[in-house]
Write a protein that binds this ligand. Structure first.
Ligand code: SF4
Length: 335
């Protein structure tokens, strides 16, 4: 991608594109006042960039995708400013994205950074105090402009120095999305996801699984985090977690994420889920995993069925006979 600004262009902004509506509106607003805009979006273990690609196409700006999976996962384990309603550390996450964008300013010959943040839209991560913290923590405080709320915030260096005309910026604040919907309508932006809809860290079920994982493993591997997206999860005890897949594609996906030492279980004479056990199981744990395996197989109504299991890296299976679990027996384990 060519990022040469050209002699005629007044200024260039890097727009953080989340894939939601607000960041696209901010980028479009700045583009329409004659400033060159390059979109920047991020990929992590918890969100992708597909929506950002679709959204930037609608306003015709280039998009640079940054994979910060490892650094983002490290931050999610111990966010300096804590979590939001679920496991979403939005203040640290925004600051981290802005820091990455800030480091790109020189390389992309850009003058400042814009974001779609709206004052008081989210009570915890977008109140005045949080917006100030994000700016400060990013390390690029002076270079950050929030076009949608600029008129209800202190003027930035970009406005004071005449790089951006403050009069052309907006003063949106609060939780209502009326102004954003009207702008989307006016600018013909038709397809957009719900706010924060693409981030798994805001999902209550995913957050429960992630919390459980971090409680039992301070430094989980990326594969273990990716497994949180697959199937049903059961915490048997502090030593052992069991997962059961819901269809063939999940079965294939989970096998690709296994590490040596993980166990796999299958019903011997019936079709059914792939069951994965992670941890250091004793005999009882193996039996319960076998019973769960029986429950999620076509043999779930049999009196007894045979289950084969092995460590992922081994060739040879062991066989046990179990009574398939009833739903009421295993609901206590569901994460
Ligand atoms: S919703 Fe997710 S992607 Fe967005 S700032 Fe919060 S943690 Fe980051």
């Amino acid at each position: 991608m060519e990022y040469d600004k050209g002699a005629d262009t007044m200024a260039r902004a890097l727009a953080l594109i989340s894939g939601g509506l607000d960041s696209i509106l901010a980028a479009k607003l700045i583009k329409d006042i004659g400033i060159d805009v390059i979109g920047i979006c991020f990929k992590s273990a918890f969100f992708g960039y597909e929506s950002a690609v679709k959204m930037t196409e609608q306003i015709d700006i280039p998009l640079k995708i940054i994979d910060f999976t490892e650094q983002h996962l490290e931050m999610v384990k111990h966010p300096k400013h804590g979590y939001g309603k679920n496991m979403n550390p939005c203040i640290d996450c925004h600051a981290m994205m802005m820091n990455y964008a800030g480091k790109l300013l020189k390389e992309l010959d850009a003058d400042f950074i814009i974001t779609g943040e709206v004052l008081n839209q989210r009570p915890m991560s977008q109140n005045k105090n949080s917006l100030d913290i994000v700016k400060r923590e990013s390390g690029y405080e002076e270079y950050i402009l929030r076009p949608l709320s600029a008129k209800v915030l202190q003027p930035t260096k970009m406005e004071l120095e005449g790089l951006v005309d403050r009069e052309k910026l907006l003063g949106i604040s609060g939780r209502t999305r009326k102004a954003q919907m009207e702008l989307a309508e006016k600018w013909g932006i038709k397809e957009y996801p719900s706010p924060a809809g693409g981030c798994k860290l805001t999902d209550i079920g995913f957050s429960a699984r992630l919390r459980d994982l971090l409680l039992h493993d301070e430094n989980p591997k990326l594969e273990d985090v990716e497994m949180l997206n697959i199937g049903r999860h059961f915490r048997l005890n502090d030593r052992v977690k069991v997962m059961s897949t819901r269809d063939e594609s999940e079965g294939k996906a989970i096998i690709n994420l296994l590490s040596n030492g993980d166990y796999v279980f299958y019903a011997l004479d019936f079709k059914g889920s792939t069951i994965v056990l992670k941890g250091e199981p004793n005999e009882d744990d193996i039996k319960v995993a076998g019973e769960i395996c029986g429950r999620y197989s076509k043999g779930k109504d049999e009196k007894k069925i045979k289950i084969k299991y092995k460590k992922h890296e081994n060739d040879k299976y062991n066989i046990i006979e179990v009574v398939p679990a009833k739903d009421e027996d295993i609901k206590q384990y569901i994460i």
